[in-house]
Design a protein around this ligand. Sequence first.
Ligand SMILES: C[S@@+](CC[C@H](N)C(=O)[O-])C[C@H]1O[C@@H](n2cnc3c(N)ncnc32)[C@H](O)[C@@H]1O
Ligand code: SF4
Length: 448
Amino acid sequence: MVAATSLRGATDVVGLLDVPAGAYVHIPFCSWICPFCPYNKVLTSDELSRPYLTAFRQEVDAVADAHLRAFGPFTSLYVGGGTPTLFPEILNDLVDRLPVTGRRAVEVLPTHATPAGLDRLADAGFDAVSIGAQSFHDPVLRRLGRPHDAAASRAAVAAAVGRFAVVDVDLIVDVALEGPGTDPWTAAFLEDAAECFAAGVAQVSTYPLMRFGYTPFGTGRHARRREHAVLAEVDRIARRSGYERRSVWTFARSGAEAYTSITRRRFLGMGAGAGSVTGRDLLVNHFGLAPYRAAVDAGRLPVARRFHLGDGGGAAYEAFWQAYAGALDEGVLRSAYGPAGLLPARLATAAARACGLVVPDHGTLRLTPRGYDVFHDLERQVTYRLIEPLWAQLLREHDERAAATPDEVRSVSWAAPDRGRRGAAWWLARRLTERPVPTSTWTGREAE
Ligand SMILES: C[S@@+](CC[C@H](N)C(=O)[O-])C[C@H]1O[C@@H](n2cnc3c(N)ncnc32)[C@H](O)[C@@H]1O
Ligand code: SF4
């Protein structure tokens, strides 16, 4: 059913799309804050979540309404966070409010992935889950400050396999933390990956630990070459186990469909801290619960930043994520952005070919092993030079002046945005990202 809603901006944002989008929902609450985690979230409490969820439902209705009118159902639903499984009733609601033609996926904390908890998700209509195991080794989980042990990680994976069409398991590795001569984390990580392959999961996501300057893990050096070597070793284990590399940081069972979040071509984000990718524009919602609610109470979408990329920038952005996912497809880019828009992406791919980073393969350009290494490094630069400064800026919305209640300020004491990375690139990113959204230009057609 199409809900009758009236948030200014919903029609404008949907109007930026050229094709139907996926729905991305960010749930910004956790019952435990892991010290390495950079995402927008606060410690959950009724006082914070109740008023927030009222505004959130309005945003979901407004975006769903506009998308249904323009394109019909979304292509997929992805619920991340934060810890979405803290709110089972919201998950049921989202399935009703956001109809899809494809998969419904949700991130699950291992302690919530009990057989009964997973049955509830499956009954609600979710057919893909991502289990945040991180490791099956207690020393690694303790170092990460996780709220569960290795037995819980293992039980969660065992319970999920067979219950869902797609099961992804997240693992984290930090080779730089190891002492000279020993590499306990690497050895543990390689065992973890092998264990996931043996368990028959559809996909394993192998994340190198990112040290966001504003988290207690702070800034730190990366052992680049060792990271490359460890991922190349996972690749070898994957092949022996019937799996293949599907992106810089994911390995999927051969023939199995991929579990994706960031690599979806177009998606509309809902919730505090969610982002949207419409092809030629990137949008980011408010992180702070108070500014988020204030925008919705004022009758407009809670969008905090908009970056207009245009044809050239949009094609380059999409080409970057195609490459991350292992294969560049010029045909798709040409039909979306036209020959002129394709030029910057073409120059970049010509350079990548000349450097041996991509090779032709069945009409696409496939990343070579060296290409994977270079993209791994590039991805880290994007994370530290663009994502970290942007998130640090938006995390300030939780501070005293902007927060909903003193509870919100206390609950983000893990984030120290002033300790984020600095330097010329940071300064440039800040200039590019701190312009507010010109909501005055939104048409407000929804309100008529
Ligand atoms: C939104 S988070 C976690 C979802 C869920 N709350 C959980 O903890 O299981 C999604 C994934 O991002 C990865 N992640 C979080 N912080 C990271 C960091 N600093 N570096 C690399 N990966 C990270 C973790 O693997 C995590 O499972
Ligand atoms: S890793 Fe998951 S549980 Fe831990 S703080 Fe981040 S979102 Fe919350």
